[in-house]
Design a protein around this ligand. Structure first.
Ligand code: FES
Length: 81
């Protein structure tokens, strides 16, 4: 068994207002649907200091920019399944 995947969503006001509110729900649903809650440490973070390229998420320290609630499904599929 490997380490848990670190999945962080930016909950700073810029990212949150521009889509991470919906992306948060999309991620929660994905983790539930694929029974990944034990494998992934999912949490929110403060502003990543990269608002201009947001909305942002990070997976094991890798930054994903311009994320939305639909695109995040492809990202999670590639990273987690
Ligand atoms: S609010 Fe997300 S990077 Fe600043």
């Amino acid at each position: 068994m490997g380490d848990r995947v670190e999945l962080m969503i930016c909950l700073g006001s810029s990212c949150f207002a521009r889509g991470n509110k919906a992306t948060l729900k999309s991620i929660q649903k994905f983790l539930e649907d694929h029974d990944l809650k034990d494998k992934v440490n999912f949490h929110g973070g403060h502003c990543f200091g990269n608002c201009a390229e947001g909305p942002n998420i990070k997976i094991n320290g890798r930054l994903y920019t311009h994320v939305n609630e639909f695109k995040v499904i492809d990202i999670l599929t590639n990273e987690l399944l």
